[in-house]
Design a protein around this ligand. Structure first.
Ligand code: S3P
Length: 434
């Protein structure tokens, strides 16, 4: 797909539902008693993989687009799937479902696409095994396909080396079925959608924050549940999808974009803090809370940007937005340093390497480090051939960057945006002025 420069972005859009919350609403609804009605469920391929997995374990799920209805089977009502569970490109499906499968009274195998089969699952195999789970990587390399034979589990107190909501959530879901309390401590608080939504479904889960000097460790604590109960879930728009419009509008002179109904949970809203630290003009309107999740309308105006340092506890709050932020940093004056972000290497692609490769191809002054990127802004970008590596966030980042670059940019594998934002190019087109 080819992109050229535009003058500015102007107008109003609504981004699709949050990917993380969509996955969780179907998962929790499936193991709850009664009906769960989900509004604004993300119709991206990843979230459709989650629906398909639970359907193949006997859960009736009606997907009408605007509303998804899940007829929950209760904590013990899933049945052995008739085939291998296919998680597609979705790390969230793979890891969270493993926590549930670890406690069932059947055996299941799960797998995914080529990217999923390279992504680490040892990070869940280890803690789930400590809980008594029988889970192994079939190729023996710590990656999917995984074989999981359900077992009786017991609670653990686990200190995770990484701030990962997928790891935390897999353990919490297993903890719902375990004997005794389960505790997961992470170096920094990762997105807490599981904790918020599980509480809506009746689970006993809480967060303990330690804020002692340099440490900001967070511990999620869950008690076993006899049952969860179906709930209505209103999924806010995904701030990770909004990120491409936020960054593009900030860097393109004369832009003004209103993005309606964006989730602003503080564990996800790091992009707002980082963009403002760079001089970005973003105003929140209509702030509200739905299904325990804060949301607002964001008005974004193009701004004179300057470099910043992004690190530490802020990293998990903007981990998926770092590609878009790195592209934006090319249009900021001075240096932007992103560090403590080694997790970027194990996303849908190695996002440190892929960002460095593609930004360099467009003429940016960028250095790849062990745990991030250093971008010296101010060098004009020019069009290039961009390899998305079939990573949806890379494709969208460069479609946004291309709007501010001289000449033509071609994105290879551009269709991979269907993972999280099938209508992305249409929405981008709507906002362009020439
Ligand atoms: C997600 C957690 C994050 C994020 C991913 C979605 C989730 O991954 O990058 O896109 O829904 O829990 P990690 O938990 O690996 O950091």
């Amino acid at each position: 797909m080819k992109f050229t420069r535009c003058k500015s972005l102007r107008g109003e859009i609504t981004v699709p539902g949050d990917k993380s919350i969509s996955h969780r609403s179907v998962m929790f609804g499936s193991i709850a008693k009664g009906t769960t009605e989900i509004r604004n469920y993300l119709q991206g391929a990843d979230c459709l993989s989650t629906i398909a997995c639970f359907r193949s374990m006997g859960v009736e799920i009606e997907n009408h687009g605007e509303v998804v209805t899940v007829r929950g089977k209760g904590m013990r009502g899933l049945r052995k799937p008739d085939a291998v569970l296919d998680c597609g490109n979705s790390g969230t499906t793979t890891r969270l479902i493993s926590g549930i499968l670890a406690a069932q009274d059947f055996e299941a195998t799960l797998t995914g696409d080529a990217s999923i089969q390279k992504r680490p699952t040892k990070r869940i195999i280890e803690p789930l095994s400590l809980m008594g789970a029988d889970i192994r990587s079939i190729p023996g390399n710590g990656c999917a396909p995984l074989k999981i034979r359900g077992q009786k589990l017991h609670g653990i107190s686990y200190v995770s080396p990484v701030a990962s909501a997928q790891v935390k959530s897999a353990i919490l879901l297993a903890g719902l079925y375990a004997g005794g309390e389960t505790r997961v401590t992470e170096p920094y608080l990762s997105r807490n959608h599981s904790e918020i939504l599980l509480r809506c479904f009746g689970a006993d889960v809480r967060t303990e924050l330690e804020d002692a000097g340099a440490s900001s460790r967070a511990t999620a604590v869950i008690r076993p549940a006899a049952e969860l109960y179906g709930s209505r879930v209103d999924v806010p728009g995904d701030i990770s999808s909004a990120a491409f419009f936020i960054c593009a509008a900030l860097m393109l002179p004369g832009s003004e974009v209103l993005i309606r109904n964006v989730g602003t949970n503080p564990t996800r809203a790091g992009i707002l803090k980082a963009a403002r630290a760079m001089g970005g003009d973003i105003t929140l309107y209509n702030e509200r809370t739905d299904s325990g999740e804060p949301a607002a309308d964001l008005l974004v105006k193009s701004s004179a940007l300057h470099g910043t340092v992004i690190e530490g506890a802020d990293i998990p709050t903007l981990i998926d937005e770092l590609p878009a932020i790195a592209a934006m940093a090319c249009f900021a004056e001075g240096e932007t340093v992103i560090r403590d972000a080694a997790e970027l290497k194990v996303k849908e692609s190695n996002r440190i390497a892929v960002m460095a490769e593609n930004l360099t191809a467009m003429g940016a002054d960028v250095t790849e480090t062990d745990d991030g990127l250093i971008i010296r802004g101010g060098k004009p970008l020019h069009g290039a051939v961009i390899d998305s590596h079939m990573d949806h966030r890379i494709a969208m980042t460069f479609a946004a960057a291309a709007l501010c670059a001289e000449g033509e940019t071609e994105i290879l594998g551009a269709e991979c945006v269907n993972i999280s934002y099938p209508e992305f190019y249409r929405d981008l087109e709507k906002l362009k002025t020439f």
